[in-house]
Design a binder for this molecule. Structure first.
Ligand SMILES: C/C(=C\COP(=O)(O)O)CCC[C@H](C)CCC[C@H](C)CCCC(C)C
Ligand SMILES: Nc1ccn([C@@H]2O[C@H](COP(=O)(O)OP(=O)(O)O)[C@@H](O)[C@H]2O)c(=O)n1
Length: 212
C-alpha cells in the first residue's frame, strides 16, 4: 500500500510549523510546545507496538500499512522535533534549520524524486538528481524563510550577508548525507537532522552570523 504522500508531506510541514511557532514569552514556552511532539511520540509507540489500533494513522504515514512502520521514520521524525524544541527552541537557528531540512528538504526530495527522478545518482540508484536538487533548494528556501520569520519576531538577529552562504553549505551537507547509501542503515530522519545540526553548529556558532 503506497503511503498517501500528500498527507505524509503535509504532516512534515505542519509538524515543523507547529513545533517552531509557539508565541508565548514565558520561560516555560518550550516545554509547553514540547507537549505536542511528546504526545505524538507516545501515540506512535502505542500504535506501533500494537497496544491499540488506528488504521487511519497507519494508512496515512506508512508505506505498507504495517503498524510497526510507525516505530521507524515517523517516530524518529517526532523525536527529532521533540529534541529540537527542548534543546534549540526558538533562540537558535540550529533547530530551525534542522527541522526545515528534515521536513521541507527531505519531504520535497520524496515528492519530486518519486515523480521526476528518472536520472538516478551514480553512487545510489535508489536516489535521483531531481530528488536531491529539490531537497537542496526546498530545504535552503524553507530554512531561510523560517530564519526570516524568527528574526522578524526578534528571537534571533541574522547578519544575512553571511548567513545565506552558510545556509547553503548546511543545505548542501544535509543533501549529501541524505543521498549517500548510509541512509539505508541509519534512517534519514536521523541522519539528515543530525548532519544539519553539526554543520549548522560549526558555521553559525563560530562567529557573529547570528546574534541572539
Ligand atoms: C510521516 C512522517 C514521517 C516519516 O518520514 P519518512 O519515513 O517518510 O522519512 C511524519 C509523521 C508525523 C506524525 C505522525 C505526527 C507529527 C505531529 C507533530 C508532532 C505535531 C503536529 C501538530 C499538529 C499539526 C497540530
Ligand atoms: N534524493 C532523493 C530522495 C528520494 N527520492 C525518491 O523518493 C523515494 C523515497 O525516498 P526515501 O526512501 O528517502 O523516503 P523518506 O524515508 O525520506 O520519506 C525514493 O525511493 C526515491 O524514489 C529520490 O529520487 N531522490
Amino acid at each position: 500500500m503506497h503511503r498517501g504522500s500528500q498527507i505524509h508531506n503535509v504532516s512534515h510541514c505542519k509538524a515543523t510549523t507547529k513545533a517552531c511557532s509557539a508565541r508565548s514569552n514565558s520561560t516555560e514556552a518550550r516545554y509547553f510546545a514540547a507537549v505536542v511532539p511528546f504526545l505524538n511520540s507516545m501515540r506512535l509507540l502505542i500504535y506501533g507496538l500494537r497496544l491499540y489500533t488506528d488504521e487511519a494513522l497507519v494508512k496515512s504515514v506508512t508505506r505498507e500499512g504495517k503498524p510497526e512502520e510507525l516505530l521507524r521514520g515517523p517516530l524518529y521524525y517526532v523525536l527529532v522535533l521533540l529534541f529540537s524544541v527542548l534543546v534549540f527552541w526558538r533562540e537558535s537557528p540550529i533547530g530551525i534549520v534542522s527541522l526545515s531540512m528534515m521536513s521541507g528538504g527531505d519531504g520535497f526530495a520524496d515528492i519530486v524524486g518519486r515523480r521526476y527522478g528518472s536520472a538516478k545518482l551514480p553512487f545510489n540508484r535508489k536516489k535521483s538528481w531531481a530528488g536531491s536538487i529539490s531537497m537542496f533548494i526546498s530545504g535552503f528556501l524553507l530554512s531561510a524563510m523560517m530564519m526570516l520569520y524568527f528574526s522578524s519576531l526578534g528571537y534571533i538577529d541574522v547578519i544575512w550577508e553571511e548567513a545565506l552562504g552558510k545556509l547553503a553549505l548546511v543545505a548542501l551537507a544535509a543533501t549529501v548525507v541524505e543521498c549517500v547509501p548510509v541512509t539505508e542503515v541509519v534512517d534519514d530522519n536521523i541522519s539528515v537532522p543530525l548532519a544539519t545540526m553539526l554543520v549548522a553548529f560549526l558555521l553559525f556558532s563560530s562567529n557573529r552570523t547570528i546574534v541572539n
